[in-house]
Ligand binder design. Structure first.
Ligand SMILES: N[C@@H](CCC[C@H](N)C(=O)O)C(=O)O
Length: 310
């Protein structure tokens, strides 16, 4: 019989970028990469593009210095167990979880991430709210646009790409047809090899209309996903520059609608460079992880875990 107790989890998604959510306010759980990967496994685990470990900032060594600005830290992991700096859809779902658990109400809050403190607004839901019920807006910070030529390739095809940093690395390629990106479960080639020493998320983009694009993405550490919030921001900035629009020059905000396979995100870049992303965030289910199953993934002696309360 296992000595472990049960661990609470929830499942949520934002434009079908889906996450296992593990509430752990006191940072009492050990979540090594093998456990994260097992939880995110779609056949043998719960299934998800990533995992949102919900911890009080004061209780996490990577977030303690942000605790004065943001009570909660999004300790984000990719599906393969690797750590990432930021997850745009994840922040919206993280905020929705905090609301669901009664830690916050609709309105403004701050969330600590490895990419810094992000401001979040949970819109009032329901008729007459003036916005789609349940939408969440995140202040994503500014885009970095590193100099230098980058290319991405799938099979025989190669495209020039824009290097955009949204706290995490992106390569954005404009293509004639999203089908040309092929099977994005495996990572497309990129060059030069030195452009992304820590790996990269790669977006393929087509035009849909004025300031309206559609994208597919290969996410570092997760494969093809049905949406990527930081990716949609990178795409909006790359599209704006390609279209000759720079809010810092014109003094006018620029908004792009970005269709992803799992829905639509709206991205606005302001004259000061700050980027806002708006989209849905949904909690789908909640339950408990069976200790007997966890034991098969990571024996208790190696990775002691304790129960948590939401
Ligand atoms: N899906 C996320 C991005 C998650 C992190 C990414 N895979 C990385 O490794 O940088 C989003 O919505 O931004």
């Amino acid at each position: 019989m296992s000595t472990r107790t049960r661990i609470a989890f929830l499942k949520g998604h934002g434009t079908e970028n889906d996450f296992v959510i593990i509430p752990d306010p006191d940072n009492a759980l050990d979540l090594p990469p093998a456990v994260v990967a097992a939880l995110c496994d779609r056949r043998a685990g719960i299934g998800g593009d990533g995992l949102l470990h919900v911890v009080r900032s004061a209780a996490h060594p990577e977030a303690r210095d942000m605790a004065g600005d943001a009570e909660w830290f999004m300790d984000y992991r990719n599906a393969d167990g690797s750590v990432a700096e930021m997850c745009g859809n994840g922040v919206r779902v993280f905020a929705r979880y905090l609301q669901h658990a009664g830690h916050v109400t609709e309105g403004d809050l701050a969330v600590a991430t490895r990419g810094g403190v992000k401001t979040v607004h949970i819109a009032k839901a329901g008729p007459g709210s003036g916005s789609a019920a349940g939408d969440v807006t995140v202040g994503m910070g500014r885009a970095g646009l590193p100099e230098g030529e980058v290319t991405v390739g799938v099979g025989e095809r190669n495209w020039p790409a824009r290097n955009v940093n949204m706290g995490n690395p992106h390569a954005v390629a404009f293509v004639a047809d999203l089908a040309h990106a092929g099977d994005l479960y495996s990572r497309p080639a990129f060059g030069p090899a030195t452009a992304y020493p820590d790996g990269v998320n790669i977006e393929f983009v087509v035009d849909r209309g004025p300031r309206h694009v559609a994208m597919r993405v290969h996410e570092r550490g997760s494969g093809e996903t049905r949406s990527c919030g930081t990716g949609a921001c990178a795409v909006a900035v790359a599209a704006a520059r390609r279209d000759g629009a720079d809010p810092a020059v014109t003094g006018t905000p620029v908004t792009y609608t970005v269709d992803v396979p799992g829905g639509t995100l709206v991205i606005t870049e302001r004259p000061d460079g700050e980027i806002e992303m708006t989209g849905p965030a949904v909690i789908v289910a909640e339950g408990e992880i069976r200790p007997e199953w966890l034991e098969t993934v990571a024996p208790a002696a190696d990775t002691p875990v304790e129960n948590v309360n939401q």
